[in-house]
Design a protein around this ligand. Structure first.
Ligand SMILES: NC(=O)c1ccc[n+]([C@@H]2O[C@H](COP(=O)([O-])OP(=O)(O)OC[C@H]3O[C@@H](n4cnc5c(N)ncnc54)[C@H](O)[C@@H]3O)[C@@H](O)[C@H]2O)c1
Length: 325
């Protein structure tokens, strides 16, 4: 029996998932929903399924085994709750919400109904990340440093990304990937403190009202200390994570890890497509009704969301903040 999939949101990332899902055996696209009817129709023509502009209508009319929620952060308005209500497993893109309290309520509903969820923290699906995690377990780690450097997305043309009320800003919307991977590798965070810089990009892009740069200091529950810096001041795109242990420096950069022990530097390059692995893991979990293949579920992603939202609370209050999720 094919897994019957519906999409809510047929924009950039949705198409990236559709392309990968179409290569997986045993799936069928049954419905495509986007507020922009042309986007829904275009995806339905390419991949199959009925086009919709109203996700509630789609969920009422179609019998889905799984739903992909690929909408911008500001657009979360009942999509998750409607899937939970109908016991439909869902894949949801990061960030899972802009409102932490609403995300907590959704998480409680997921737990009550035991619905399978997967969140688009795609970097977790690199094979080298598992290798890095197991190497790190053997070492005494003290420090982790991450970065997410990029340029103003789409040259400022994708307006929702550069507006605080729509995307949450660079940390919540994009640098969350680096932060989540730091958590996945080094463990949960106990306390944070943040500074931000602003005032350059908003002179160039009239709608721009988010940070230009931000630095987040973290104390992990296991005692490791670390920081994440992010900026949209540059051209291009660069992310990496360095982890420092006794006599060893680990580096994760794009699809590569490096283990530097001074006298010897080992390098491992991944040739897999982590997004394909992420989609496959979700589909296998739905097929087997067992979430064991999923590396980031809603409950876990809530912890990453809490850090990014409270990072802004910290820079506004000028105080360190303890995490509670
Ligand atoms: N994991 C990753 O690497 C990755 C990469 C890119 C984007 N994303 C995430 O995916 C999400 C979407 O980003 P995108 O780049 O695809 O944005 P996008 O603007 O290209 O597409 C979003 C689509 O959602 C539609 N939409 C909005 N509200 C809707 C609603 N209520 N019902 C149906 N459709 C609705 C819009 O019309 C639009 O077509 C964001 O949260 C983003 O952070 C993740």
């Amino acid at each position: 029996m094919d897994i019957r999939i519906g999409f809510i949101g047929c924009g950039g990332i949705a198409k990236a998932h559709m392309m990968r899902l179409s290569k997986i055996e045993g799936i069928k696209f049954v419905s495509m929903c986007d507020l922009n009817e042309n986007f829904a129709k275009e995806c339905a023509e390419i991949y199959g399924g009925n086009p919709y502009t109203d996700f509630r209508k789609m969920l009422d009319n179609e019998k889905l085994d799984a739903c992909y929620i690929c909408i911008p952060p500001f657009a979360h308005s009942g999509q998750e709750e409607e899937c939970i209500e109908r016991n439909i497993p869902f894949f949801i893109e990061k960030p899972i919400h802009l409102d932490l309290e609403k995300a907590k309520m959704i998480n409680e509903k997921i737990k009550e109904k035991n619905v399978i969820t997967s969140v688009g923290y795609v970097l977790r699906y690199f094979d080298i990340v598992e290798q890095l995690k197991s190497e790190i377990k053997k070492e005494k780690i003290g420090l982790v440093r991450g970065k997410y450097y990029g340029e103003v997305p789409a040259g400022g043309k994708k307006l929702w990304l550069i507006k605080k009320e729509m995307s949450g800003g660079q940390l919540i919307e994009q640098a969350t990937h680096t932060l989540d991977l730091m958590r996945y590798i080094c463990g949960d965070v106990e306390e944070i403190y943040t500074y931000k810089f602003e005032g350059i990009n908003n002179k160039i892009y009239p709608e721009y009202n988010v940070e230009d740069a931000l630095t987040l200091i973290m104390k992990f529950k296991n005692g490791i200390i670390g920081n994440l810096t992010c900026t949209w001041l540059l051209k291009g795109y660069d992310i990496d994570i360095e982890i420092v242990g006794k006599d060893v420096l680990f580096l994760f950069k794009r699809n590569t890890i490096e283990i530097n022990r001074g006298i010897k530097v080992e390098q491992y390059i991944s040739n897999i497509d982590p997004m394909y692995e992420e989609d496959l893991a979700f589909i296998k979990s739905v097929k087997e009704n067992n979430p064991k293949y999923i590396k980031s579920d809603y409950n876990d992603a809530l912890k990453t969301l809490e850090i990014t939202i409270k990072a802004h609370e910290s820079e506004q209050k000028g105080q360190p903040i303890k995490l509670t999720v």
